[in-house]
Ligand binder design. Structure first.
Ligand code: GDP
Ligand code: MG
Length: 138
């Protein structure tokens, strides 16, 4: 089964939106293979967002993602990498289509609620950053 990495960013838990996001994932029929509430470390963030460190928004992104716990998930399903990107919507919630997580539930380019891997390769890399193989259901 194809797997992807999904993260509910810190405002998701703060705003009580975990259930809403999980409901969309379950309704689509995807499998929840791991679910973990965690505080993110700066080291994890720098590895995860490798290539973004020099961007002007990076300090805000770090402040946001360390402002409270996030939820790390491994989600499985057919073409789930592309499917979860579609479900998340465009990076800028103001441009994201209605019906997507960002389009329905977010407003701010930094606080855009959800991360989903953009390729199979990045999915494997990101899963390994946050979860051990024992924590993932096969
Ligand atoms: P994603 O794959 O849709 O999450 O977008 P990117 O990989 O391009 O960027 C990673 C994250 O950095 C985004 O989800 C945003 O939280 C943040 N980000 C990216 N570009 C911008 C920007 O131009 N302004 C701000 N404020 N945040 C940004
Ligand atoms: Mg990205």
């Amino acid at each position: 089964m194809e797997k992807t990495f999904v993260m509910l960013k810190s405002d998701g838990l703060q705003r009580g939106l975990l259930g809403n996001v999980l409901s969309r994932i379950e309704s689509k029929g995807y499998s929840i293979l791991a679910l973990k509430v965690q505080n993110m470390t700066l080291e994890q963030l720098e590895k995860h967002y490798d290539g973004h460190q020099d961007k002007p928004y990076f300090p805000n992104l770090v402040e946001y993602l360390t402002s409270g716990p996030v939820v790390h998930m491994v989600i499985g399903g057919e073409n789930v990498v592309a499917g979860m990107r579609k479900m998340s919507g465009a990076t800028d919630p103001a441009k994201a289509d209605l019906g997507t997580v960002r389009g329905d539930l977010a407003q701010d380019m930094t606080k855009n609620l959800i991360h989903t891997s953009d390729s199979l390769e990045n999915a494997a890399r990101e899963i390994a950053l946050y979860l051990t193989p024992e924590e993932i259901i096969e």
